[in-house]
Design a binder for this molecule. Structure first.
Ligand SMILES: Nc1ncnc2c1ncn2[C@@H]1O[C@H](COP(=O)(O)OP(=O)(O)O)[C@@H](O)[C@H]1O
Ligand SMILES: [Mg+2]
Length: 250
């Protein structure tokens, strides 16, 4: 096993407030790795630091051995570290299939003469259809993206991200707002993709039940810091982690 992502001493201040403080962890290639923690723990800020949307105040992020912290989001995405895009912000009026085609076109970013454009557009369509099929949306190919159910929109976002051929896929609270069966479907999709696409998945979750079943490793954050890290069994039996979650419910 080797680390695809290595985070060292990563911090981010907002004014005098430290949203992420000296965070360090590694993600093994091919693993499903979860970052858990109550609301406000710093999970979203951490992900924004990893994708380059935010610049760290201190620390480094290495992806496939190269330092990526401080680089632009599009450079990081092209290197293969991709977070799901919010479909509702980007392509709400496009058809489901069309939006995946658009993402594939952006990835290829080539110009074609008309004959090869027609040839390639058939290929792009077939590839887009394949991604929709993978995430269980083949029957919604013609639907307008913005009219899909909440769970289907999230699945489409996964298809869009996958169509850019990532090596490390980041999902920030993928099951937020989902019904139990949508959650179940998302969880099995993530598991299947990690296996069939040889993808590494780093996802954040607020709901601990989702995490224990599918993660190889779990990093626990609280108030911007890592308070525990280990296998699901180790984290489940960690007294500090239990205290944080009990404290939240109280
Ligand atoms: N752009 C920002 N400016 C100021 N404070 C922020 C900003 N983004 C996040 N925070 C604060 O950082 C903390 C961590 O937030 P966040 O990373 O969204 O946590 P989580 O995703 O774990 O719920 C919260 O207290 C939040 O209010
Ligand atoms: Mg968040």
């Amino acid at each position: 096993m080797s680390a695809i992502l290595e985070v060292r001493d990563l911090s981010r201040q907002f004014g005098g407030f430290r949203a992420v403080g000296d965070v360090g962890f590694s993600v093994e290639k091919g693993s499903i790795h979860a970052v858990i923690g109550p609301n406000g723990a710093g999970k979203t800020t951490l992900f924004r630091l990893l994708t380059g949307v935010l610049k760290p105040t201190t620390g480094t992020v290495r992806f496939k051995g190269q330092v990526i912290s401080g680089r632009k989001p599009n450079v990081i995405a092209r290197a293969g570290l991709v977070q799901t895009f919010q479909i509702t912000n980007i392509f709400p009026r496009l058809g489901t299939l069309e939006s995946v085609e658009a993402a594939i076109m952006v990835r290829r970013r080539r110009t074609y003469d008309f004959a090869s454009f027609l040839h390639s557009s058939a290929k792009v369509r077939a590839e887009a259809m394949d991604w929709l099929d993978r995430v269980g949306l083949a029957d919604s190919a013609d639907a307008v993206a913005g009219t899909l159910s909440h769970g289907d929109q999230r699945a489409l976002e996964v298809a869009l991200a996958l169509s850019t051929k990532p090596e490390l896929l980041l999902l920030d609270e993928p099951t937020a707002g989902m019904s139990p069966w949508e959650t179940e479907r998302t969880v099995s999709l993530v598991q299947e993709l990690a296996r069939t696409e040889r993808l590494t998945v780093l996802f954040s979750e607020h709901d601990t039940d989702v995490v224990f079943g599918i993660s190889d490793r779990i990093t626990v954050m609280h108030r911007g810091q890592v308070i525990a890290e280990g296998t699901p069994g180790e984290v489940r039996n960690n007294a500090e982690v239990s205290a944080v979650y009990l404290g939240e419910e109280a």
